[in-house]
Design a protein around this ligand. Sequence first.
Ligand code: URP
Ligand code: ZN
Ligand code: ZN
Length: 470
Amino acid sequence: MGEVLITGGRIVTAVDDYIADILIQDGKIEAIGRELSGDQATIHNATGLLVMPGGVDVHTHMENAQGPAETCDTFASGTKSAAFGGTTTIIDFALQEKGQSPKQVLDHRLASTEHQACVDYGFHLIITDAAPGNLSELPDLINLDGISSFKMFMAYPGMLMVDDAAIFRTMRTVGEHGGIVNLHAENGVVIDTLIQEALARGQTSPKYHALTRPRIMEAEATHRAIRIAELAEIPVYIVHLSSIEALEAVVEARDRGIPAFAETCPHYLFLTIDEYERPGFEAAKFVMTPPLRDHHCQNALWRGLKFDDLQIVSTDHCPFCFNENPHGLRKSKQLGQDDFSKIPNGAPGVEFRIPLLYDGGVTKGKISLNRFVQLVATAPAKMFGLFPTKGTIAVGSDADLVLFDPNKQHMLSATTHHSYVDYSLYEGHLVTGKVEKVFLRGELIVNGEQWLGQEGQGQYQRRSASGTFL
Ligand code: URP
Ligand code: ZN
Ligand code: ZN
């Protein structure tokens, strides 16, 4: 690959904000300075644009099975959608089912995705079977395969849920080798009881998904996860935190010096429980776990992002079509027409994280521009062992760059997004700020509405054993 020169842009990182040129050579940032020249360089004029590090989304579900359903984005369509949204690295999942070898699960997932990825990628390995033989494979996965994070579920009994002993034993092994464990923190068995009671009363519509997943059961599991991690002496990362009570559990631990971290997602920041009052089956579009909460929680999450009680915004992009879709039958939300507990859990959003957070966070004065970059790129790269290759703009880093027009307005819509999913949580939502150009390791892959990238261009990232914590 030749030279690329990006001139006159406003370079924004988690700490910097200045106007300069960036010279890229062989996919890496070679120099940053004023009036740079490159004899052979392709030049992109970024005057008037923000130049930010490519986004890092550490929670996506492309081609993920969930019971009888499967997310409708292939690894190709989902990573292309990510790219149009300014995200150049994702961390998705490899799911170990009962009895499976974690290493074999990873190898299988790598083989099925490598020719599809449009952006760089890694995997968290989901552990559902913590038998000693399976755990004995984790050190090599961490040290040789670059899988330094593992996810466990405290919800979904009978499917993904593991018990506290399994969490503790996994944490101890992962911790000894410098990894981190991510937790889906909800008390699955209590919630399941509430679900069965609701169904027995004939309460089958989508809104009962929200009413059977109380905030304090998220808080209880968050607290429990952190305490188990404390005993195992390992950092812990709570995924998709949605409620003020769960946030309080994280804050309490952090105040005691415990390395507890958490992410929230755009849907918790921009939508509320009121969405479940939509007529008919429409509310099923908003069935994700945990469910949407109220304004009180939303305000607490924004405050948490501002003051670093929450460290990361990721999407939990988990797209199930509302109707069966034209790209192949992938079992849509319609599975739960007569029973909310059968609605596949999850919602799309990988393409809208950066514009939404810029518009709703930066332009509305809730977070600074530097904090915005930190939340969508730098902190996730640091947390999960990708920094400084990813997540910043620095000499020697990968030239994953987004040229962002801070003044351009555009409408978020399923009619124009690039995911295969047939709806958007934000249909018709007007935002200020638009991704104009995206570079992946120096290659222009998005130019306005034009796709210039290729499937298979994304590279698997062997992540370092311990994230550099924030
Ligand atoms: O509803 C959600 N979040 N679906 C994706 C699976 C998970 O729990 O992360
Ligand atoms: Zn989850
Ligand atoms: Zn998820």
